[in-house]
Design a protein around this ligand. Structure first.
Ligand SMILES: C[S@@+](CC[C@H](N)C(=O)[O-])C[C@H]1O[C@@H](n2cnc3c(N)ncnc32)[C@H](O)[C@@H]1O
Length: 339
């Protein structure tokens, strides 16, 4: 008999209760269940002993996740990893374990519980929930901050590999990474292009951190760290300015300030390299549409944009959008040239 298509009602109900799956994934990720299963199937009672949990409740959790393809229940209450669950292992390449841990943890989960506030007011729900923005919240919760940083590190390494495959940086002599964080992207590009010079620009304490992290690497002598405020100015002398995951933190007006400062500093034949998730127009399913709402909940004015929105933003700040380079990861490189 051909499998029945789910009715619209049951498809919608699956979406409505999807949050139960998100929270269930958070719990197994936090407990490290996939790591406990990496050497083969184990009985739920045994897993409960190792994870210090209530055996019958753990069984019910694993049974739910097995029903959606994460883990599989074998004979007599023994559970095993599925291809999906392999990605929850800490040692999986580009592991999603910390992503599941962060999304269901108190800060993010609590903020999303107040999504209605953001929709009514346009303000970040996280501020309503905890009285702080995301970074203020993370400063007070070092355990969640550690997980967040790990999520970011995994994302950066995935995106960096994809960018190096997709874009030819070879004609750039000096690359300036604006808001470059602790320098992971810049170091990887300098490593791949041995005659390139780099300038990392970020808030003074972040630039100082980047300096100590990169000090012992092979690119240290080709990379300057400069502290400052990108709303005031950015270092001159670059022929390419990278903005990776900067513009999606800010509203259009703030973005214009940052881009205009790049325009004042850039060589006339230089390139602006914006690296962001690009939202396709219309109903097309895309991760960017989830990230966009995440930005609404946790930032003041941050958003994911479409190509048309970037084109307009560039034009209003002295650049022409010259091309969009897709990559194998979620991000695209959106290239601008001085207008
Ligand atoms: C979302 S992170 C992106 C970091 C890095 N580009 C990446 O993709 O991993 C935003 C960065 O902007 C920096 N930043 C925020 N406000 C800034 C400002 N006013 N001036 C300079 N850097 C700033 C932060 O310190 C942080 O490193």
């Amino acid at each position: 008999m051909a499998p029945q298509q789910p009715s619209d009602g049951s498809a919608l109900r699956r979406l409505i209760i999807g949050y139960r799956v998100s929270q269930a994934l958070h719990v197994v990720a936090a407990l490290g269940i996939a790591d406990l299963l990496k050497d083969g199937p184990r009985h739920f009672g045994d897993l409960a002993r190792s994870s210090k949990t209530h055996a019958e409740s753990l069984y019910r959790l694993l049974r739910l996740l097995a029903s959606v393809g994460v883990f599989t229940e074998q004979d007599e209450g023994r559970f095993a990893l599925t291809p999906l669950a392999q990605h929850l292992r800490s040692d999986a390449p580009d592991s999603l374990r910390t992503r599941a841990m962060f999304d269901g943890a108190e800060g993010n989960w609590g903020a999303w519980g107040n999504l209605m506030i953001s929709i009514r007011t346009g303000r970040p729900a996280i501020e309503h929930t905890f009285g702080k923005d995301l970074f203020g919240y993370l400063n007070d919760h070092p355990d969640e901050a550690k997980i967040f940083n790990e999520v970011m590190a995994v994302q950066t390494s995935v995106a960096t590999r994809a960018l190096l495959d997709a874009y030819d940086f070879s004609e750039i002599r000096t690359l300036v990474d604006i808001g470059g964080g602790v320098g992971a992207l810049l170091a990887a590009i300098l490593h791949a292009y041995p005659s390139m010079q780099g300038i990392l620009y970020d808030q003074p304490h972040v630039a100082a951190d980047a300096k100590s992290r990169l000090a012992s690497t092979s690119v240290a002598d080709r990379c300057q760290m400069v502290g400052g405020n990108f709303f005031e100015s950015v270092p001159v002398g670059g022929d390419a300015y990278v903005l990776k995951h900067i513009l999606h933190d800010w509203d259009d007006e703030d973005c214009r300030w940052i881009i205009k400062n790049c325009r004042s500093a850039i060589a006339e034949n230089g390139r602006l390299l914006v690296i962001e998730v690009l939202n396709p127009p219309g109903d097309t399913p895309h991760y960017g549409k989830f990230l966009d709402l995440q930005m609404l909940v946790i930032t003041k004015g941050g958003r994911e944009r479409t190509e048309a929105e970037y084109r307009e933003l560039f034009a209003s700040a002295g650049f022409t959008l010259s091309r969009v380079v897709p990559t194998e990861s979620d991000v695209c490189l959106i290239e601008g040239r001085p207008a």
